[in-house]
Design a protein around this ligand. Sequence first.
Ligand code: ZN
Length: 139
Amino acid sequence: MEKLEHIGIAVKNLEKSNLLFAKLLGKPHYKIEEVPSEGVRTSFFELGGIKIELLEATKVNSPIARFIEKRGEGIHHLAFEVTDIDKSIQDYSEKGFTLLNDQPKAGADNKQIVFMHPKSTNGVLVELCEDNSQTKKTT
Ligand code: ZN
């Protein structure tokens, strides 16, 4: 892993939370992006090189909607940057972590992403992400 890339926070209302986090962090979000395949609308803040991703559900039974229903708003996942996501999926599986997918999928912010099952990481949902804009993929 290279670094903590962002922290994902599940929110009920993106507009309200954008205002709240702008007030908290002292700067506005720099983009909003919808990922229809995940049933989610996201906004991004950046502070000291770390991003904060707010996630709002756009479908009733999307993962974020189910998360909020079960646990309420709050920290949803930690995302770590990797340089080769395919290799990371293989490596972490071999180390005994449970990956939710064996192939990366397209996430927000021009990333290839995969999640680890929280059961294998002390209850923390971990996202691995590879930046598409920096790395040329060979597969
Ligand atoms: Zn994320």
